[in-house]
Design a binder for this molecule. Structure first.
Ligand code: FES
Length: 123
């Protein structure tokens, strides 16, 4: 049911694992299935230097977060905030309609991680 790009990211996820001393962390849960996504970012001079993810989710959620980390690395915070759930799914070459909600976790968790980083800056 998944295309080749999705399968590749699902089977060989990029940038998976916890990050030591992240600049920001974002976590979101999916109400429908109870799955959880966590994104860690390292920010330097307004640029996302590094990004990792952890997910307790399905193949589409894993593939979405994996491809998102590749889309975001080296981007400014503004550029990263502009990434939409649809862009993530498009980058994967599309997802089955029933799995679109899974891909939403990735961009949402990223946006939360950026929010967390910004809050820490002003604290
Ligand atoms: Fe839960 Fe996909 S079924 S994230």
């Amino acid at each position: 049911m998944y295309n080749e790009i999705v399968m590749d990211h699902f089977q060989n996820p990029r940038n998976i694992g916890e990050m030591t001393e992240p600049s920001g962390v974002g976590e979101v849960g999916n109400m429908k299935c109870g799955d959880i996504m966590k994104i860690f970012i390292k920010v330097e001079d307004g640029v996302i230097e590094d990004i990792n993810f952890l997910t307790f989710g399905c193949g589409a959620a894993i593939a979405s977060s994996s491809v998102l980390t590749e889309m975001v690395k080296g981007k400014t915070l503004e550029e990263a905030l502009a990434i939409t759930n649809k862009q993530v799914a498009d980058e994967l070459g599309g997802l089955p309609e029933a799995k679109m909600h899974c891909s939403n976790l990735a961009a949402d968790a990223l946006h939360k991680a950026i929010e967390d980083y910004r809050q820490k800056q002003t604290a």
